[in-house]
Design a protein around this ligand. Structure first.
Ligand SMILES: [Zn+2]
Length: 269
């Protein structure tokens, strides 16, 4: 989303209230001055590396005969800058301003971590601020163009071991039925449900008989590693493999999570 602003009010709200990290972000938000009609002289970062208000108080602004609502255009007349003497005494650097105003509107820009100024957009801010880790090799298994979002989300949670299985709920001190609803052999866990449970193997066998998911068994490490190798490319067979892999995980998990809770559920304190 690109912010083509009518005034700087929105961006001030964004940086002070929405992000709540104003101190960190403000130096990277600046204004490309056009007609300067909407650029606040004191509080917008329009010519130096920071707003002028960082170097003076509200009382200073008043004593210089200005207003906190002053626009940059207020100091530009007949194609030249006109700086009040009180202002120049406080900020002599203003004499070096060479910007020429035009008829274009003012634009908000984002100074990226590389130092380049580009039109402000939430996408660019996110790309600069988001934490980065190394790319996981199994991403084609989860995120692909034909993926079904709810299937991909469940598969992603399973790979990250974040599904609320009985093993996970045990840590929450929630006592439930202690056996897998499918096979009644042991407590369900991610590894049991998808690689040990007889129910899983019966479903998998049905697809493997048709030539899909042939290498998917053993453990989650094997599963993700095999999938990484098998899912390279964009053929129809690979697309079906991707869809089937995620669908198996989704429907097994949906079946187990829709199983009614036992009546003896008890939250330990
Ligand atoms: Zn089981």
């Amino acid at each position: 989303m690109v912010v083509a602003r009518k005034s700087l009010v929105g961006i001030r709200v964004f940086r002070h209230h929405v992000l709540d990290i104003g101190e960190e972000v403000c130096p990277f938000i600046c204004v490309k001055v056009g007609n300067a009609q909407t650029t606040n002289f004191w509080f917008d970062n329009w010519v130096f590396d920071q707003p002028l208000s960082n170097s003076c108080s509200y009382m200073d602004i008043k004593n210089m005969g200005s207003s906190i609502l002053a626009k940059v255009a207020d100091f530009y007349r007949n194609g030249a800058w006109e700086w009040p003497s009180e202002l120049l005494r406080k900020f002599p650097v203003l004499q070096e301003v060479r910007i020429q105003l035009s008829d274009a509107r003012d634009l908000v820009e984002w100074k990226s971590i590389s130092g380049k100024k580009r039109l402000f957009s939430v996408h660019r801010v996110w790309e600069d601020l988001r934490p980065r880790t190394s790319t996981v090799l199994w991403w084609p298994l989860v995120w692909f163009s034909k993926s079904i979002p709810k299937h991909s989300l469940t598969l992603w949670l399973a790979i990250r071991d974040r599904l609320l299985t009985q093993e996970q709920l045990k840590d929450w001190k929630i006592q439930q039925l202690d056996v897998c609803s499918f096979c009644s052999v042991c407590r369900d866990s991610r590894d049991h449900l998808f690689f040990s449970c007889e129910f899983y193997h019966r479903i998998l066998a049905a697809f493997q008989a048709k030539g899909y998911c042939t290498g998917y068994q053993g453990s989650w490490v094997d599963f993700t590693q095999d999938a990484t190798v098998q899912l390279r490319g964009k053929s129809l067979h690979i697309s079906i493999n991707q869809l089937v892999s995620a669908a198996i995980i989704f429907y097994i998990w949906q079946s187990i999570s829709l199983t009614p809770l036992p009546l003896n559920i008890n939250i330990k304190r």
